[in-house]
Design a protein. Structure first.
Length: 381
């Protein structure tokens, strides 16, 4: 497949590497963070029209916030420097962890106690619900590479990390953010995936082709079906990572990979078959065959000032969530939420005047939305 853009530029350079990596990386964990106890915050809820219910204000008021609901009651919320926890569906929140310039970019809990966190591009784990964290040393640590995303299996032992590793190269051979330094020499970043089966004590590199750039996102629907995406490549596996296959756009669909200044920033799957690709420009592609082929999510109608009309081309989607093959919601760049019942072929705006920053999956019956004033809403699906 002909593609891949790095940053905002088009890259047609292929470098052949002879460097090899040790198959297995063994590391130890270290560095404990102190426990922080803060009295919980209490809020009231009120009913909004249609299918949207206001829950209350969120303590994490940054646009870089992260939010995960383990179930309808228990959730965690973070901004760059804080992590909060709720057990009552978001009505009250307790601060668990805080610091300065720690840059929390992602976290995932598999139960009430065990979880991982990515902060300052380093990986950490907790076994007490987020009160204290222990560093997990990875092959991408420090100047060795860039760690952008991870996935932790429900058992808390098997995990995946995705990003890139630096390899030595001649000066000037790398463009934009793929350029770096390794052992004080010019280096290029190449995509990489690693897997652990012992909660991060050891890591094994996965068999993927070397591509200039990195993976920004990695997701799994179950133990066997997974996907990675970034400015380097988009791949999928059906055998737990033993093999990774490249994807492609259907011949009848416009190939977004060939458009100028386009690269994939995120990927998500509702099940083994139905997934979404989010591009840097706000375009969205959908797959109904497990990532083998992709096609643009919708053909936008003509621009219209009508609030209840379909999506307008100048207001591209930047958050999308489907609970199944047909029913999904989307957030556009103006902060408006739309709903589709036919797999994204057509969209209608939800009847609510509030504007939003994010939508978060909440299961088969609901999703969560965060307003631009940092309030939490539940959206029934």
């Amino acid at each position: 497949m002909h593609r891949r853009r790095i940053g905002r530029a088009s890259v047609n350079l292929l470098v052949f590497l002879t460097a090899t990596l040790t198959p297995t990386w063994l590391f130890r964990q270290y560095h404990q963070f102190d426990r922080v106890e803060i009295p919980p915050l209490r809020f009231h809820s009120e009913r909004y029209p249609a299918k949207v219910m206001r829950v209350g204000p969120l303590p994490c008021d940054s646009k870089d916030r992260q939010l995960q609901f383990l179930n309808q009651s228990e959730a965690w919320c973070s901004d760059e420097n804080h992590l909060w926890h709720t057990r009552d569906g978001g009505e009250t929140w307790q601060l668990l962890y805080s610091g300065e310039r720690i840059d929390i970019s992602e976290f995932q809990f598999v139960d009430s106690e065990a979880g991982w966190m990515l902060k300052s591009r380093e990986l950490y784990r907790t076994e007490d619900g987020g009160h204290s964290w222990t560093e997990i040393v990875t092959p991408m640590k420090g100047y060795a590479g860039q760690l952008w995303s991870f996935h932790l299996d429900d058992n808390g032992k098997i995990g995946w990390i995705a990003g890139g590793l630096y390899y030595p190269t001649e000066a000037g051979r790398c463009l934009n953010t793929a350029a770096g330094v390794l052992d004080w020499q010019p280096a290029c970043l190449y995509s990489a995936i690693f897997r652990t089966e012992d909660a991060g004590l050891s890591w094994r590199r996965q068999p993927t082709r070397l591509r200039y750039g990195r993976f920004f996102s990695i997701v799994f629907a179950d133990a066997g079906h997974g996907w990675v995406a970034g400015d380097a490549d988009v791949l999928h596996t059906t055998d737990g990572g033993k093999t990774w296959c490249p994807d492609r756009f259907k011949p009848s669909c416009e190939d977004y990979y060939e458009l100028p200044d386009m690269y994939v920033t995120a990927i998500s799957f509702a099940d083994q078959k139905n997934g979404l690709l989010l591009f840097s420009s706000g375009m969205v592609a959908k797959s109904s065959d497990g990532g083998n082929t992709w096609c643009g999510l919708l053909e936008p109608p003509d621009p219209s000032p009508c609030d209840n009309c379909g999506l307008s081309p100048q207001y591209n989607l930047h958050r999308v969530y489907f609970k199944d093959a047909a029913h999904g919601i989307a957030l556009n760049s103006r902060g408006l939420i739309y709903e589709s019942f036919n797999g994204g072929a057509t969209w209608r705006k939800l009847a609510i005047s509030t504007t939003f920053d994010a939508i978060i999956p909440g299961g088969k019956t609901s999703a969560w939305a965060v307003s631009q004033s940092s309030e939490l809403f539940q959206v029934s699906l």
